[in-house]
Design a protein around this ligand. Structure first.
Ligand code: PNS
Length: 163
């Protein structure tokens, strides 16, 4: 039987408990999950390089046997085709996410009809969580231990903290 491969794309600048929850749940549903760091043209270049983000992700989910991490600078629809993926997994936090995600899902379906977008509802405790909030809190010296795992907490806090 062919392996069911799904992609979890995102900026992951940096990864948070919200992303980790979605990746862990997706890993139970598919044979293989590829977490891929991509460019979001509506966001700035970011606080961490793609390689740094990859290291953070590996520290958080690298022990899940069917999860791989990659970096890709191109269209998600093309990446999904290259990897023979059957699904793109996105987490939905609120209705405010939906309009944008719906538009992306339809665009990706047009560019690659072979791939389905599947939305997972975020866990209630992560409803409000976003990488940009985490960055804002850390840059002002706030405690982000409820938002990112201890494995990456120190590095993220020290890198983002403004003196
Ligand atoms: O974590 P984000 O920033 O919400 O992730 C958005 C991301 C990176 C998945 C999205 O911007 C994306 O798919 N970028 C790759 C380029 C692409 O395919 N753009 C067209 C999507 S319709």
């Amino acid at each position: 039987m062919t392996e069911k491969i799904a992609i979890c794309p995102g900026s992951f600048d940096p990864i948070t408990f919200g992303h980790i929850d979605i990746i862990q749940r997706a890993a139970l549903m598919f044979d293989e999950i590829i977490v891929v760091i991509m460019k979001n043209i509506s966001k700035t270049s970011g606080s961490f390089t793609p390689e740094e983000r990859k290291e953070f992700i590996l520290k958080c989910v690298g022990d899940i046997p069917n999860v791989r991490v990659d970096i890709y600078d191109g269209l998600l629809a093309d990446y999904a085709r290259q990897k023979n993926a059957c699904a793109i997994i996105k987490g939905l936090r609120a209705m405010s996410d939906f309009e944008y995600e719906f538009q992306m899902a339809l665009t990706n379906k047009k560019l690659n009809p072979e791939v389905e977008t599947i939305f997972l509802t975020t866990s209630a405790e992560n409803m409000y969580l976003s990488s940009s909030m985490v960055k804002q809190i850390a840059s002002m010296g706030g405690d982000i231990s409820d938002f990112v795992p201890k494995e990456i907490l120190g590095e993220i806090s020290s890198r983002l903290r403004k003196d």
